[in-house]
Design a protein. Structure first.
Length: 124
């Protein structure tokens, strides 16, 4: 049971962050005002998701860094697709391939940030 609590501890922030993305995507166009271009918001949002996925996977699995990086990017990218699909049902919102590309670029940048941090701080 203690191991389950440990996993919940490390996955809860990631799942909550995904819930936040879903919540924000359910808001109408009039309810959301972001002071940056849309692609910047998408990139930043999925940068964060990618980093959280990496942390969750690293702390709760014995997978190699390489596999974790791939899973984190693919998971964030697929979540981006589902997010765009979800937005297509929200009044005042639309689904966009360019938003999904920004999501995926953000996920890749998140992994680059993780790799650089890992390299600089020596936790190989």
């Amino acid at each position: 049971m203690e191991r389950l609590g440990y996993k919940v501890f490390w996955w809860l922030p990631t799942v909550a962050y995904m819930g936040l993305i879903f919540y924000l995507s359910s808001k109408t166009g009039d309810q959301i005002s972001i002071p940056t271009p849309d692609y910047v918001a998408h990139t930043a949002e999925y940068f964060g998701l990618s980093v959280l996925l990496t942390l969750s996977l690293r702390k709760t699995t014995k997978l190699s860094w390489y596999i974790i990086f791939i899973i984190a990017v693919l998971t964030a990218s697929v979540y981006g697709i589902s997010d765009e699909w979800h937005q297509s049902f929200v009044t005042g919102r639309y689904s966009s391939a360019s938003d999904w590309i920004a999501d995926t670029v953000g996920a890749l940048m998140g992994q680059l940030g993780v790799m650089l941090t890992k390299y600089v701080f020596g936790k190989r």
